[in-house]
Design a protein around this ligand. Structure first.
Ligand code: SF4
Length: 346
């Protein structure tokens, strides 16, 4: 049985065709506006609550719930109806509350620095499974209001394209989140970037670049062999010319691999003409990956060199490292534990 979050409003209205319209609106407002589960919407008859709860069970079962950063970062491992597991991370900052959602159970992209990639692909998530992660986190964040959703958890969102776009639209329409506060990340599915640019969504696109020469990028992100940097640059140009949103480039700094002076030049050559904003992320430890993140001293030097080259740059504050919830670590405690991970190095 699907969860209620699989349904569009029109489908929900159709499902409750025997109920008065005001009743349907009450429930819809309770679920999306007040973040209530159906059982707590006391303005509707008990019998209807019971019926809806039975018809639309939750699609997420909490397997693990861990916290770090003095309780401001929280990670859940959820089991889905078929036993697949996914992970969701909630991060509270001074000025915003962000949830990082998974778009696939596992991932087929095989990026060498990423625990999810090392553990392999299980299946695509549905729109409802993505939306329910957001709702779950928004409820947990109360009394603070969830402000941002980033599609940076397990999976490559643009490899689950219609579902990702469907979820983005509904987060905007039903949950009232500003499109500017919705970020879709990709490791570079070039045709999907161009398609996304034409959707008319004012969202943020975060391209996980990590290397700006094909040789290194091929090693880090196997998809680069299919869509090399020249093709990716074309897709970014389409993004820039079609949307009003500035492109973000993600760069996980790996000691001796992509934190060299040459890497600064290559990154600046890629980012500057695209007017892109660069987010530097000190690499998080991942089992099976025999390199380490750059030192904080080198991170600062790298940032300063980019600034001198005229590139907009921020060093991202890494959250959740101690609970394997930081970038590239998801699946450490679930899928990865159950497999013997290949040891890969670059
Ligand atoms: S970095 Fe993203 S795309 Fe690459 S393997 Fe990990 S989850 Fe998949």
């Amino acid at each position: 049985m699907p969860s209620l979050f699989e349904l569009t409003k029109e489908q929900f209205v159709e499902h409750l065709v025997d109920e008065p319209r005001f009743r349907v609106d009450q429930i819809w407002h309770g679920v999306w506006g007040e973040l209530d589960d159906v059982q707590s919407i006391t303005t509707i008859p008990k019998i209807l609550r019971a019926r809806l709860s039975e018809q639309f069970p939750s699609s997420l079962r909490v397997v693990e719930d861990v916290q770090s950063d003095h309780g401001t970062t929280r990670k859940w491992v959820f089991a889905l109806h078929d036993g697949s597991t996914i992970e969701t991370v909630l991060m509270g900052y001074r000025d915003r509350v962000t949830v990082c959602v998974s778009s696939q159970a596992g991932c087929a992209m095989g990026c060498t620095f990423c625990a999810t990639g090392q553990a392999g692909f299980t299946r695509q998530l549905s729109v409802g499974e993505i939306l329910e992660q957001v709702i779950f986190a928004a409820r947990a964040a109360r009394p603070r209001r969830l402000t941002n959703v980033v599609f940076m958890g397990m999976g490559e969102p643009l490899a689950n394209y219609p579902v990702t776009v469907g979820a983005v639209r509904r987060l905007h329409e039903y949950l009232g989140l500003s499109a500017r506060h919705l970020t879709v990340s990709t490791v570079g599915v070039a045709p999907a970037i161009e398609r996304l640019a034409r959707e008319g969504l004012a969202i943020t696109l975060a391209l996980s670049l990590h290397a700006a020469n094909d040789e290194t990028r091929n090693e880090l992100i196997p998809l680069n062999r299919r869509y090399p940097l020249s093709r990716l640059r074309e897709a970014c140009e389409v993004w820039n010319s079609t949307t009003s949103r500035r492109l973000s480039l993600e760069w996980a700094l790996i000691d001796g691999v992509n934190d060299t002076d040459k890497a600064v030049e290559e990154l600046a050559d890629f980012a500057y003409p695209l007017h892109a904003h660069v987010n530097l992320i000190p690499l998080n430890p991942t089992p099976g990956f025999l390199v380490r993140g750059s030192s904080s001293h080198r991170v600062n030097e790298f940032r300063d060199a980019l600034v001198r080259a005229g590139v907009n740059v921020t060093v991202r504050n890494t959250r959740g490292r101690s609970i394997d919830a930081a970038c590239g670590q998801l699946a450490n405690v679930t899928n990865a534990k159950r497999r013997s991970l290949p040891v890969r190095s670059i």
